[in-house]
Design a protein. Sequence first.
Length: 365
Amino acid sequence: MTAGPAMERSMDRYTVVISDVGKHDQGYRGTRAFWWLATRFGAYAELGLYWFLVQYFGRSSVKLVRPSELLDRRQTLETDWLFVGLPSSLGREHLRNVKFRRLVLYDSTDHHGVNFGNSDVECLLGETNTCLKNFRDRRWDPPCHIGLLPIKRPPLNNRLHAALGIAPWKQRLGRQPSKRFDVGFVARPTGTIETNQRLRWMLELKRRRPDLSLWGGLVGGDRWREAFQSHSDADLLEACWLNRRKIDFFQYFDGLCQSKVALAPSGYAPWTYRHFEAMYARCLVVSNDLSHYEFLIPFPRDRMVEVPEGESVVPAIEKALAMCEADPEILDENLAYLNRWWDAGKYSRRRTETLERFMAELEHV
């Protein structure tokens, strides 16, 4: 699409149009000042794709815009790649002011399937056949090709990177934590008590293997504490409760570093950051069933233990502890595997295989 020669022109290789979810284009979030600060100092999960592209191609090659900015008819935006976040209010009137070679949708929500919301689906799918998501379920029957999106935690304020930077100093000072706990797990419940896998796993562990030492427990607001009190296993749930809304990340990571096995049940999505954080802490991960899912960074599933849907977590914990005992080097192998894709928890130009895998996801466009 083109515009008149009198219009101001700019050229960026990659342009990311932020989604409308969470009122990203309203109030103080609808200002240039907010997004200028967010792209430099914020820990805004919505910016995961933007940060990934900046890391590999540089800030000068990547532009972040809001849908409302594309309605400014005084400016024509020219770009090679136009990434449109879903759900989006973007329509044909927005695209009149954009000249692009390829358009790709991306959905960074935990929604199973493509979260179009109130988007103009006919318009968007008329421009592209691809939507990127953090995970792909082989059982889906989507209206377009599903590509894989970089996970959405931005590099700034990356506490994992900071924790990994501290670890060598602790080792030099002789303060490297020992693996004195059998199981490590901290999480906020999601959904309801009846459907929550995190609660179910904790209860199973407390009922069947109270002899196993546990670091951590459940955190959350008062509504969860009140819900626990009316549950048939109120006493067991009380024993799992840490009586706090959240836990400091460095305390959390230090606890994982002291644990042999880490639990990584699903939340709203089939994966969590905990899967990766636990491997960086040299824990053997006990995960929900990932057999139907694909991710941009593949999990080393042969060096994890997965719990089939509907089955107890306890046999998986026992198997994971036995694996650690039989082959202690498996934890270092997982750490080396992560370093193949990331540099101490961050995307890096030195990890070219990660970029190559992402670009391969765009070949369908």
